[in-house]
Design a protein around this ligand. Sequence first.
Ligand code: NAD
Length: 314
Amino acid sequence: MSSQKIGIVGSGLIGRAWTMLFAAAGYRVQLYDILESQLATALQELDKDLHRLEERGALRGNIRASEQFSLIGVTTRLEELTRDALHIQECVPEVLPLKQSLYSQLDELLEQQTVVASSTSTFMPSLYSEGLQKRQQMLVAHPLNPPYFIPLVEIVPAPWTSSGAVERTRDLMLSLGQRPVTLKREIQGFATNRIQYAILNEVWRLVGSGILSVADVDRVLSQGLGLRYALLGSLETAHLNAPGGVADYFQRFGGEISAVSATYGETPNTQEDRETLAEIARQCEQMVSLEKLDERRAIRDEFLIQLAKLKRQF
Ligand code: NAD
């Protein structure tokens, strides 16, 4: 149990999720936002969410919801947020000039012991930290939504991020019960989106060329590969799928993998291929109409809670 201070910049969806994760591990959390009204709403939501999770037996950590809530404070002054902070998790909207301006302000205020991690889904850390004096204290720690139930965090250093900052962030994430991966260097899309986009590209081609319907192509993941991948990654899956392990797997199937890969064709242009997009949208809306998206999201999140519990036993 820790009483060190964590600062959260931005009290929207992701800022609130990080707040709950840090409070569950016993950290003191201070939330900063430009809007006082936004902070008031965030506190109300946090109080409600923590108690609801407790009622359902899904609260993380070893302390009660009310104690977790008492660890959370707010401020609209950035200089108050940075004071004595061990770690600052930045969660402002995904707008590069906004992040750049915030990081220049933080550069003036950061104390020596503080590491600032951005939750950004898309910006490599060099894009907002280049030229700053304290850039060695800045990196990306990218969560997946909802972070409370999906433990992966991608830690991405800029070329100048210190190895100490990377290691400490990794340890901090582990102390929350998250499961970090550390990229050795920054790359566009980090790891998750690179893999996710490779899947989306092939799914797009299969639907676009009329080989599979949307419902069937999604079933390939939801009723097939996804069940394995909920437990094991693609390499361990391969390792288990040949008598002599992964080396044997690639000896046996490497030729087929290369032959199939040579037939993929060009990367689809998902913005300009309007015909395929219209067809995908039509079929997706047959599966779930736009009015029912919220209902379907709620069902998914409900099952994700159960899955997260089950997965902790694996
Ligand atoms: P959001 O719009 O829900 O929240 C953003 C918050 O930042 C708001 O409370 C807003 O008032 C505040 N804000 C705006 N300007 C600010 C400033 N200058 N200083 C302080 N606060 C400011 O956004 P979100 O969905 O929580 O996303 C935040 C970050 O998390 C983004 O970088 C996004 O890419 C990343 N992320 C989002 C998701 C997701 O699924 N939403 C998943 C992973 C990562």
